[in-house]
Write a protein that binds this ligand. Structure first.
Ligand code: ACO
Length: 422
């Protein structure tokens, strides 16, 4: 059987055979036959915008792999910093490479005093931490002028290190400011997740040591959120990166895309939804409302997964480890009942709607005392490594500027009418 498709233009009978390569057909071949006929695909449901060697998802089989390694194995045996290295550089680091990487990240966690004092503290007291983070990424581009030299691999790498290292500091800074607490400087003796917890929660103790179960749970959550191929935020990173600005500006755009409730903002939306439901007894009525079109079941459904999201399965297990330390989140019973009800309902079965990564992550964050409006920030911290892996890959591929086409459906040419005559 030929691994190709044949397209015929019925207006003139001309045909072209296009090979299927890596599961796709080349739009360049299509163009040879149908140069001015555009694919109409709002939302890119059927369009591959790049080739990539970073993350593989098989949505029907519920498979997620980073650089070929199954997410389950990485969650079980690796650490976020090692995974970040893997995503960005393509291979697991050896002991020496990892020590260098860890050292570099650890010693770039500090942020310029002006970022903290003048920029972050300039926000209104009730600013959303995600809005602050989006802005902080943009602001960093004004501090590192050499970052514009994206053609120099060394300069590129320096910004990668800075961004991976500084995002927890910015995130914690946004939170501390919003609750009126003083900024906590990074503690270079702690690992990545523990240092973040220290910057979030340290009060007057000389050395903050987080509960190891909670620090480990957070590190696993960071692994699970580090990359997810061409999701909305990463696609934004690549689109912006294709016009060649510095990576800080690219991250600002990617973080803005992540902010929305249809994407990384869903973990926040899940908790609000569970609070609204309020009791296990109200679950059936709530699900009935969703089926009648009164809103969506937050944390359910995915563009790619038409089976269980493997990250959700791992997160559900971690939730129980966390609850052993923190006590059970009272919303858990509502979530479990909601999952059970939806998974046995034909509306959700026929549409292949399963819990996604955000369904249980919010419950863990809440049990660990993170305020709801920091949830998406917690998603952004590790996703920075995925964004940067894609940014680096994009530049190495020397990809063209992203510039889609449209199907124009507006008015025909018409003459300007002066205001008095309208
Ligand atoms: N609740 C109820 N119905 C849903 C849901 C949901 N959560 N998700 C999809 N559907 C329904 C749609 O109404 C549609 O039904 P129809 O065919 O009768 O019109 C059908 O399922 C297909 O939905 P689409 O919107 O076409 O799916 P799409 O791939 O565009 O959307 C998305 C994916 C945005 C994730 C969607 O499932 C959703 O809004 N989920 C809730 C928000 C959420 O959890 N987002 C986090 C995603 S994971 C992440 O970004 C990290």
């Amino acid at each position: 059987m030929a691994e190709s498709v044949t397209i015929t233009d019925n207006r003139n009978g001309e045909s072209i055979e296009i090979p299927i390569v890596n599961g796709g057909v080349d739009a360049g071949d299509w163009k040879k036959l149908l140069g001015n006929t555009w694919f109409y695909d709002p939302g890119f449901t059927q369009t591959a915008c790049t080739s990539s060697a970073i993350t593989e998802i098989d949505g029907d089989a519920g498979i997620l792999r980073y650089r070929g390694y199954p997410i389950e194995q990485l969650a079980e045996s690796s650490t976020y910093l090692e995974v970040a290295y893997l995503l960005i550089y393509g291979e697991l680091p050896n002991a020496e490479q990892f020590e260098t990487w860890k050292h570099e990240i650890t010693y770039h966690t500090f942020i310029h005093e002006n970022v903290r004092k003048r920029f972050m503290e300039g926000f209104h007291y009730d600013a959303h931490p995600m809005g602050m983070l989006v802005s902080a990424f943009g602001a960093l581009s004004t501090f590192y002028h050499e970052a514009k030299d994206i053609d120099d691999p060394e300069v590129r790498n320096k910004q990668i290190v800075r961004l991976v290292a500084k995002v927890p500091t910015l995130a914690a800074c946004a939170h501390r400011f919003s609750v009126g607490q003083p900024f906590v400087y990074p503690d270079n003796t702690l690992d990545f997740a523990s240092n973040f917890l220290s910057m979030m929660w340290k009060v007057a103790e000389p050395h903050y040591v987080p509960n190891p179960v909670l620090a480990h749970a957070l590190d696993v959550l960071f692994i699970l959120h580090a990359d997810h191929e061409q999701n909305c935020g990463t696609a934004a990173m690549r689109v912006i990166g294709s016009s060649h600005p510095d990576p800080y500006s690219c991250c600002a755009g990617a973080a803005a895309a992540l902010y929305g409730p249809r994407h990384g903002g869903a973990n926040e939306a899940v908790i609000k939804m569970l609070n609204e439901i309020g009791s296990v007894d109200n679950v059936e009525a709530f699900v009935k409302g969703v089926k009648e079109g009164k809103g969506r079941l937050q944390g359910f459904g995915h563009r790619v997964y038409k089976n269980f999201d493997p990250r959700a399965t791992i997160i559900k297990k971690i939730a129980y480890d966390v609850f052993e330390v923190t006590g059970k989140n009272p919303l858990l019973d509502i979530a479990l009942k909601l999952e059970e009800t939806a998974l046995s309902d034909d509306y959700f079965i026929s549409r292949k709607l399963y819990p996604n990564v955000d369904f249980y992550s919010g419950l863990i964050y809440q049990a660990m005392d993170f305020p709801i409006d920091t949830f998406t920030v917690l998603f952004a911290i590790p996703r920075v490594s995925g964004w940067l892996a894609h940014w680096k890959e994009l530049l190495e591929q020397d990809q063209k500027i992203a510039r889609p086409r449209q199907l124009y459906i507006g008015a025909e040419e018409r003459n300007y009418v002066p205001m008095v005559s309208r």
